[in-house]
Design a protein around this ligand. Structure first.
Ligand SMILES: [Zn+2]
Ligand SMILES: [Zn+2]
Length: 124
């Protein structure tokens, strides 16, 4: 996917996602991007993330009761692990079998979302 990184703010925001390789919240992006663009404001982060979602470069990761995170669009099927201590979200490889066995008779299973909760290796 090609698009122009119009501003150095956007460049810093895109780099933050590429370097992290896990879903990031607005606050995490602001913190990471501020290492390249020291005076980057949270409103700028919100605005750029919204347009990156619109352009299909980022996709939202929504979990009930949690601030939205965003990750690079187009990743293969995966799930997430949320650390309850530092609240960082991580990608989890693989999936679980047998979900169709949970599906009520006569229903058609089309999609699923699975989030693991616990402590990351730094927090445990
Ligand atoms: Zn943690
Ligand atoms: Zn799955």
């Amino acid at each position: 996917m090609t698009f122009i990184r119009k501003t150095k703010q956007r460049e810093a925001i895109c780099s933050a996602f590429e370097a992290a390789d896990r879903p990031l919240s607005h606050e995490e992006v602001a913190k990471a991007a501020s290492q390249h663009v020291p005076n980057i404001g949270i409103a700028t982060v919100y605005r750029n993330i919204a347009s990156l979602v619109e352009e299909g470069w980022l996709t939202p990761v929504e979990i009930p009761g949690q601030a939205s995170r965003y990750e690079l669009a187009g990743k293969h099927h995966h799930h997430h692990f949320l650390c309850r201590s530092c609240e960082q979200m991580f990608d989890v490889e693989g999936c679980i079998n047998g979900l169709s066995a949970l599906t009520p008779k006569g229903f058609v299973l089309e999609d699923h979302h699975i989030t693991l909760y616990g402590l990351c290796s730094d927090c445990r």
